[in-house]
Design a protein around this ligand. Structure first.
Ligand SMILES: Nc1ncnc2c1ncn2[C@@H]1O[C@H](COP(=O)(O)OP(=O)(O)OP(=O)(O)O)[C@@H](O)[C@H]1O
Ligand SMILES: [Mg+2]
Length: 375
């Protein structure tokens, strides 16, 4: 237990610890987390929100005002920005305890679920006018945060490095297409995003949770509550009805049979297959099967949909219908979508395009459609 040393003007802490195996030697640097306060069930915001201020480039000069600047410097207060009527609006808040990622908000100007601004979309920085044109150009809440991710496979021929230090942040509400040559590591990356595989090194925060610190069970729970998967080959159980296929993720979530079926029927309706619930997958078309797979991905109300070549087995018209469905889920439901495709037309449904080459991100920016929109 650390003890303060009261003789000094600044509080100094002495930390004693056992070192029986003498792993720590004099002169070594060691990091110690000293927990001074702990609170549960409080409203917190990412620290980035308290650092954010609109740039001076905004059309009406909404950059940090003198008042906001002063308030930022006052102890236990901060300024946050929420997006209101197409512009950032400053809110003064009283802050509580903080760690290196989150700060407690003790005043009641904010409530859980409010959308706060963490940063501006770099994609729109060249055009200040369009940057403020609607709320979606400002990014909130990181769903995925990846730092220096690497993945090695060990084969008979030796070690193969497939991902070579990938950094990527995806905010809530984004629609990202991943492209790149065959073998560039797209599926490997998606499998790690989906917690189906682990990285060799690097950090992966999913929904602000560090995945590397989770047990297998906790990882499975996080995956089931946050992510819905859609695969190229649909992966439906051939002998089960569409309702049972869609309800499958709810079995793992221990939802009752009645509720499973009701929820499955509802999502089947949302993808336009209400009257096909009792059919077997083999009795419907490829496009319909992919709709069922999307319904299955949606049944747990995921925040994030991951889709690896979801239109790879479909004809052009059906592919467009499926992409319209993803687009609607992103635009209308606010679901974050990350999908891999080889087809430029399909990638254009997304808002952001990431290009992988040889295990690295070669390009990351808005799709041509979004660039046009911004002009
Ligand atoms: N389990 C594995 N063991 C060894 N090597 C693997 C394994 N999985 C993938 N690889 C190799 O990693 C590299 C990247 O594969 P990955 O499937 O991620 O590529 P991709 O970009 O999705 O390609 P495609 O567009 O063809 O689907 C390839 O060279 C592949 O052979
Ligand atoms: Mg692949």
């Amino acid at each position: 237990m650390p003890q303060p040393f009261p003789m000094l003007s600044r509080t100094m802490w002495f930390v004693t610890l056992k070192n029986p195996d003498e792993i720590l030697a004099p002169g070594m640097t060691a990091y110690v987390n000293v927990i001074l306060a702990e609170r549960k069930n409080v409203l917190v915001v990412p620290n980035a929100a308290l650092r954010y201020k609109p740039t001076e480039m905004s059309p009406k000069g909404t950059g940090d005002t003198q008042k906001a600047k002063k308030e930022r410097k006052e102890p236990n207060t901060g300024v946050l920005y929420v997006f209101e009527n197409g512009e950032p609006k400053a809110i003064k808040v009283t802050t509580g305890i903080s760690d290196n990622r989150f700060t407690e908000i003790v005043s009641d100007e904010l409530k859980a679920g409010d959308k706060i601004i963490l940063e501006e979309s770099k994609a729109f920085c060249k055009s200040s006018r369009s940057r403020w044109s609607n709320g979606k150009t400002l990014l909130m809440n990181e769903v995925i945060q990846i730092t220096q991710l690497t993945k090695n496979y060990y084969t008979d021929a030796g070690e193969v490095c497939v991902l070579k230090g990938v950094d990527m942040t995806i905010q809530s509400g984004e629609f990202v297409a991943i492209m790149g040559p065959s073998g560039s590591g797209k599926s490997t990356f998606m499998n790690i995003l989906g917690c189906l595989d682990k990285a060799t090194a690097g950090e992966y925060f999913l929904n602000q949770t560090n995945t590397s610190s989770l047990s297998k069970n906790d990882l499975a729970t996080l995956r089931n509550t946050v992510i819905g998967f859609v695969f190229q080959g649909f992966n439906l159980l051939p002998r089960k009805s569409l309702i049972d296929n869609v309800a499958l993720p709810l079995v793992y979530a221990e939802v009752s049979l009645h509720e499973r079926r009701e929820r499955a029927k509802m999502v089947l309706k949302s993808v336009g297959l209400e009257s096909f619930g009792t059919y077997l997958p083999t009795h419907i078309s490829g496009g319909q099967q992919q709709r069922v797979a999307i319904a299955r991905a949606l049944v747990n109300h995921p925040k994030l949909i991951l889709a690896d070549e979801p239109t790879g087995n479909l004809d052009t018209k059906t592919s467009q219908e499926i992409m319209q469905l993803f687009s609607d889920l992103n635009e209308k439901e606010g679901i974050t979508v990350v999908l891999v495709t080889h087809e430029p037309d399909i990638a254009e449904y997304a808002k952001r395009l990431v290009n992988f080459v040889d295990g690295k991100i070669q390009h990351d920016g808005p799709t041509a459609r979004m660039m046009e929109k911004a002009q």
